[in-house]
Design a protein. Sequence first.
Length: 432
Amino acid sequence: MVLYVCVVSVPLVGGAINLEHGRGFWLNFSIALGFLSLSMLGAQFVIASRMQWVSGPIGMDAVLAFHRAMAYPATVFALVHPAMLFAMDAKYLQLLNVFTSPLRAKFALLSALALVALVLLSLLRRRWGISYKAWQISHWLLALTVLVAAMAHVWLVNYYLKDPWQRLTWQVLTLLFLGLGLWVRVFKPLLHYKRRWRVTQVVPHADGTVSLELALVHKGSYGAKGFRFKAGQFAWITRSNLLFAFSYNPFSISSSAEATDRIGFTIKGHEGFSAEVARLQVGEILYVDGPYGGFCLDEEQRAPLVLIAAGVGVTPLVSMLETLADQRSARPCHLWLASKNEDSIVCRSQIERLQTRLSLAVTHVFSKPLQTAAPGGARLDQAFILRHLPHAALSASYFICGPQALMEMAEQCLLRAGVAAHHIHREHFGMV
């Protein structure tokens, strides 16, 4: 947070040094909000760049949550900037006439309209039925339009850019923001071309999921150690004919972290690529960007491991169990998995095999069971958690993945039961 505040405040420092007091406080304040908004919008490119030094320390889900949170104040500052000008003097309203306004005003209006469209599409894409792929493409193009048009506006207005060092500051920021866009969309995909993955297995399941196994085409493409990830992490996937694709799709890895040239995913068909997985052909080439995420198995611990999941949220937890099994771990493991019924258990065959390789106790919770007459079924709720806590509950490690309501309920229940916060780990599964 300190680093973020320092970076986005750089333009304000330059403006304050040579502040023209004769222009009035509110005019200068309006311009300051514009500069602050622009630097925050540029920083959004850094936050969403999928760079390990950005996401590694806190996890990609936290990074994207921060990305969403900062979009709101950045948008407010951007819109308040011209609104204050209009309120101070009605003559500024003439700048809204695209036929008579100067070019700098046209760029400002274009940036503002693109920003409003970007925010609305992000907030309402599901309500409006916009596909994930279409949203990703529009999101990136609109974001680029916002930034380029806003930078053009700043350079044409040329206010606070009179000193060489001030111009240098904005030149560096401009190159940084645009350079990141080129890195994400051009240079990084070129790097992935050497790290191609071949589909080796596609297995549809009765629960509506598909098990997808990939193998490296060139085993040395990730170096001598191969593709390394931590159990619980995820990766972004796109197809071979879309090397420079705008749309990548995030999925949790469900295979063992001990394998260095093969990875597996269990994917629930929803929309876009996830709905196309079942139609992939063995031998087809995919590109994988990863690994990412801070939701990782604490491999150094020997205390009991309690895994709490619902539906497809179990996939990163299965990766943890597969990894422990390959390590021949004797660690006590408990899996509490909520499903609709016996036929909808995600990763069922994997879990059954793992029970023969680990000290693993599995408890299924069915909301609408097929093999019982009990009305309403059962629920993975606070009463269930308190009833099933292991004997060494306070020293155990807890990993929770599923719907937001389930994760919040489970975390609060565990905290009230006396479990330390640093023993509880959550994965925000629906992060995009």
